[in-house]
Design a protein around this ligand. Structure first.
Ligand code: OOG
Ligand code: NI
Length: 467
């Protein structure tokens, strides 16, 4: 029998193999990431594994895919459900300041601590919003809906196997093999010719819309390895002559702990794709939609921590606008240094970041009472605090990633009001509850505190309280 986590790990590995064949520059990115990770590990020792074991980090990937309709979203949710991945977080990328990104998104990922440790594979999954009048007029909307209704992304056999894996939590070997084969194939780049005129009609509105609704299948848009030093990786990719986007998205490089998520990418490559001209002839053209991305992950922030992050981003924007020649990275670094606590201890004390707490083996056993409050317990060596790694995405970075790789800006007509979507709406569309990432981290933190309280109580030492 192959369990869900084994299916997930195998799927991630095979998708990686497939994507490496399709996009060779991806393999370079993986190689350089591994090189950098090994060096960081050698230089820092155990410290390098503070936010995940090296085996987890080495295998860690996120994928990005794009679908067209709630029906396709429900289907892909079944495939990911087979892999123990749940929709977490709602991202609305339509409000991006420039460029037309007519999608709303969620991330499918494992949620339990032990599942994440086994393999944290996650997929940023975006769904087109054809009914948003800022992007699509009634005619284009109808055209898109008809086109999307007529395609099948996931064969019935794959969906049936998915349901079985989800219901039973595992698959027999032969079925597991078949499931993996069909699942990987569903995300390969299709060789079916793209209708050039239709694709271009959509592309004028939005390159993302064309990539989703202009073709009769879906494909991995990128697959992202995790690296322990993204600044070093960025340098090395440039050295190799690979054209990177201008910036590393997310928090700046600074002297404090890694926080949230930093990402960068190389530019979308022109890939040969079969196309059909209006006269019916088929030729090989080139489309530029897929790219390579890499990321460094840091500690998950609480709502308060996240609000601080968002505030600082706004401040960086304001200062950058006021000083157009200044280096954005420097501006950000200065603001971070001024406003963000530079140690894990302070981040925990100010409740800006999430940690799990564990009773230390070396705690006093002389019958002395533990102090009240988690802070004091950690301070006096009763508890150890381990940071919780951020498993999700950042809307602003995601919008940046989308935009930096679009061929044209497209158009968004802000005369119209946009269609309202939120997490609840998406839950309804998917037919599964879209989970709140903050609640998941908080739960992990609380579970660890409850566990610690239990251990201390067994020792007759009383109970740690969260305040
Ligand atoms: C998704 C872009 C967002 C990320 O890592 O933030 C993303 C896409 O291009 O489909 O992958
Ligand atoms: Ni990505």
């Amino acid at each position: 029998m192959t369990s869900q986590w084994q299916l997930r790990a195998a799927f991630a590995a095979r998708l990686s193999e497939m994507y490496g064949r399709e996009v060779p520059a991806y393999t370079t990115l993986v190689d350089v990431s591994r090189e950098v990770n090994e060096e960081v590990l050698r230089a820092q020792g155990a410290g390098a594994e503070r936010l995940g074991s090296i085996s987890r980090v080495t295998a860690e990937r996120h994928g990005a895919i794009r679908v067209g309709t709630p029906r396709e979203m429900r289907q892909v949710a079944r495939v990911f459900g087979a892999l123990g991945m749940h929709p977490v977080g709602f991202y609305d990328l339509r409000e991006a300041p420039v460029g037309a990104v007519p999608v709303v998104s969620t991330a499918f990922r494992p949620i339990a601590r032990d599942e994440l440790a086994r393999n944290p594979f996650r997929v940023f999954t975006s769904m087109l919003t054809p009914d948003d009048p800022r992007f699509f007029d009634a005619r284009l909307r109808a055209g898109l809906e008809t086109f999307l209704a007529g395609r099948e992304l996931f064969p019935p056999e794959l969906l049936a196997l998915s349901d079985r894996a989800e219901a039973e939590g595992e698959l027999p070997e032969a079925e597991a093999e078949r499931f993996l084969h069909l699942a990987v194939r569903a995300f390969e780049l299709s060789s079916e010719p793209v209708d050039k005129a239709w694709y271009e009609t959509l592309e004028r509105v939005s390159a993302v819309a064309a990539d989703i609704g202009g073709v009769r299948s879906t494909h991995v848009n990128h697959l992202t390895p995790r690296v322990l030093d993204i600044d070093e990786l960025y340098r090395r990719m440039k050295e190799r002559g690979i054209e990177m986007i201008d910036t590393i998205q997310g928090p700046p490089r600074w002297d404090g702990p890694d926080l949230l998520l930093r990402q960068t990418s190389f530019r979308a490559l022109a890939e040969p794709r079969a196309q059909r001209a209006p006269d019916g002839s088929v030729f090989t053209g080139a489309l530029r939609v897929r790219f390579g991305e890499v990321e460094a992950r840091g500690i998950a922030l609480t709502r308060e921590g996240r609000a601080l992050y968002d505030r600082l981003l706004t401040l960086v924007d304001q200062q950058a606008a006021a000083h157009p020649t200044a280096d954005r990275g420097e501006l950000a670094r200065a603001l971070w240094t001024e406003h963000v606590p530079s140690t894990e201890r302070q981040l925990a004390a100010r409740r800006l970041a999430y940690f799990t707490y564990h009773v230390t083996p070396g705690r006093p056993r002389d019958g002395s009472r533990p102090p009240a409050g988690v802070g004091a317990l950690v301070e006096q060596g009763w508890l150890r605090a381990d940071p919780i790694v951020y498993e999700d995405f950042l809307p602003r970075s995601a919008a940046g990633i989308f935009q930096s790789n679009l061929t044209g800006d497209g158009v968004r007509n802000d005369q119209h009001a946009g269609t309202d979507y939120d997490s609840e709406w998406l839950s309804g569309a998917i037919g599964r509850q879209v989970l709140d990432p903050f609640a998941l981290y908080e739960q992990q933190q609380n579970d660890s505190l409850a566990q610690a309280a239990h251990v201390l109580e067994l020792d007759g030492a009383g109970e740690p309280r969260a305040t």
